[in-house]
Design a protein around this ligand. Structure first.
Ligand code: RIB
Length: 312
């Protein structure tokens, strides 16, 4: 039976412009191409988990506009169960994204309907209870994130929190997290420390959560837990085209691999999960766009095999 993942999170329509370079504050640059694509960290991670092989439910909110129709269709088209997706009056979430020739981006989100996800129901609780992993981000109201995590803890569902966009977080939430996934910027804000040293960030975060996955972009990923396990995983070598949603591909695949291994993952399993997640993130960065770039399981497996063949 497939691993079961539920995402409680955001859906945005991404308005994307490619440009030779990203503008500095106050600067206007002439861009090149414009396209729209379904995105949002929550929806992206749900699609990533479904394509990586999980049965995936999405609990979220879209507006009663054309963007909402597109966002719903995108999730359904990727095999995500949307019985927990509300349509609310008003605008859907929107993200303005610029991508440069080095595949870097900046993103500004107008939450729209995502801000209306304040009414988790008994049915949502049952969906969380039926899942192996609850996957959360920070693009919906914080009380909703805390309530979902609280229900997951009570029901024995593993809580994976991708603390993006970066925010200082209350102990009320961090105490409910089983696995925290952060990049270096997010790590510094959640930990409340300033350091360029991944080891120092991991140490500080382990005071707040039991397991930390630190994504390091082109340097791969690092992991630490309170059992004393520490790992670093190098990334696949690829030519990146667009890093938008690469973190979502990583996190979605990590959640699936974690769920497939049954929650209390042994050291070899942790290493394999991190490598597989790195392969998913890299496969995503090879293609333009957000949800459109999220890899299927076969593509993740292929890049994993090429990169890590021979590793335990
Ligand atoms: O992580 C990428 C996503 O961040 C984009 O799809 C955008 O919608 C924002 O939520």
């Amino acid at each position: 039976m497939s691993a079961r993942v539920v995402v409680v999170g955001s859906a945005n329509l991404d308005l994307v412009v490619t440009a030779p370079q990203l503008p500095r504050p106050g600067e206007t640059v002439l861009g090149e191409h414009f396209h729209t694509v379904p995105g949002g960290k929550g929806a992206n991670q749900a699609v990533a988990a479904a394509r990586a092989g999980a049965a995936c439910d999405f609990v979220g909110a879209v507006g009663d506009d054309e963007f909402g129709t597109q966002l719903r269709a995108s999730l359904v088209g990727s095999g995500v169960d949307v019985h927990g997706l509300r349509t609310v009056p008003g605008a859907s979430g929107v993200a303005l994204i610029a991508v440069d020739r080095a595949a870097e981006n900046f993103i500004v989100v107008a939450p729209g309907a995502n801000g209306a996800l304040t009414d988790l129901t008994d049915e949502d609780r049952a969906t969380i209870a039926a899942a192996d992993v609850l996957l959360l981000q920070l693009e919906v109201p914080l009380p909703t994130v805390v309530r979902a995590a609280d229900w997951a803890r009570a029901e024995g569902t593993t809580v994976v929190l991708n603390a993006a966009p970066a925010a200082a977080l209350p102990a009320e939430l961090l105490d409910l997290v089983d696995v925290l996934v952060v990049n270096e910027h997010e790590a510094a804000i959640v930990a409340g420390v300033v350091s360029d040293e991944p080891a120092a960030l991991l140490d500080a975060l382990l005071e707040r959560v039991p397991r930390v996955v630190l994504t390091l972009g082109a340097r791969g990923a690092a992991y630490a837990d309170r059992r004393g396990l520490r790992l670093e995983v190098p990334p696949p070598r690829i030519d990146a085209v667009d890093t938008t949603a690469a973190g979502d591909a990583f996190t979605g695949a990590l959640a699936v691999s974690w769920a497939e291994r049954g929650g209390d993952v042994d050291p070899d399993g942790v290493a394999a999960s991190l490598r597989w997640a790195c392969a998913a993130g890299a496969a995503c960065a090879q293609r333009p766009g957000a949800s459109t770039a999220l890899p299927e399981r076969a593509a993740i497996d292929a890049l994993y095999d090429v990169t890590y063949r021979g590793a335990p």
